[in-house]
Design a protein around this ligand. Structure first.
Ligand SMILES: [Zn+2]
Length: 254
């Protein structure tokens, strides 16, 4: 079990509605205050075994929550120190293997807000994973759909790839463990549901089958289809969940 999960367990917290970050912070000697901040999104001022966390009031609720968790991550990993975190420091969904202090703080926040031991049984009950199911989980955990989707594809054994695009192309992708080494191409295909949802501005698309070559740049991959559902995030990026329908596609290209 990871350290944020251990803390939740010690505090007897086993339900997402009980993940009250201010109360949890208080238990580890940290007070949380929300207020306008000029040059950063969140900061922690630590001295010996006490600290104050300031979180900007100028962001969306999920983001405030993630930033609070991020500062608690700094407190866990770098107790007694102070950090000033800009928005570019907090919540980057890439390079998670990095041991950089900001990424460690992000990982801690993710574990606190979407603890794997609480997510796992819910994924089990969900059966076939869909973006609708992920959005429902996100609301239970008061987390963003993006963060919840990343947590989900990292935990599942279903053959899925989560990919984020803006109009310029692919931003990042997370394949699940069973998706092998399948990687989505760098550009965005104008026929794909992600492109269509960005242009139309529709919040969520229905899941539909699309030829795999809309997504992958591999020889003869158009013989396969993928099932795709896309979702437009509040940042205006398209998040797509791709399901590999034929295991042969992974055998050949994965
Ligand atoms: Zn930070």
């Amino acid at each position: 079990m990871r350290s944020a999960e251990e803390l939740l367990t010690e505090l007897g917290i086993s339900d997402p509605t009980d993940i009250q970050l201010e109360a949890i912070a208080h238990c580890v000697g940290v007070e949380v205050e929300y207020r306008p901040l000029a040059n950063c999104e969140a900061q922690i001022v630590g001295y010996k075994d006490r600290a104050v966390v300031y979180v900007s009031t100028d962001t969306r609720p999920h983001r405030k929550r993630f930033s609070t968790g991020h500062e608690l991550g700094h407190w866990h990993h770098h107790r007694g120190q102070s950090f000033v975190c800009r928005s570019s420091d907090i919540g980057r969904p890439i390079d998670e293997k990095s041991k950089d202090a900001e990424r460690l703080a992000d990982a801690y926040s993710g574990d606190l807000i979407l603890p794997p031991f609480m997510v796992a049984p819910r994924l089990e009950r969900m059966g076939e994973i869909s973006l609708d199911g992920i959005a429902e989980l996100a609301s239970q955990f008061r987390a963003s759909v993006t963060a919840t989707a990343i947590r989900t594809v990292r935990m599942t054994k279903q053959p899925l790839i989560l990919v984020a695009h803006n109009l310029l192309g692919r931003m990042w992708q997370w394949p699940s463990i069973t998706a092998g080494r399948m990687r989505v191409r760098d550009d965005i295909d104008a026929r794909s549901s992600s492109f269509v949802s960005m242009l139309s501005g529709s919040k969520a698309s229905r899941a539909r089958k699309e030829p795999a070559n809309y997504w992958f740049d591999r020889r003869h991959i158009d013989q396969f289809d993928v099932r795709v559902q896309s979702f437009l995030t509040v940042e205006g990026e398209a998040l797509a969940l791709l399901r590999v329908l034929d295991p042969k596609m992974i055998d050949i290209y994965g």
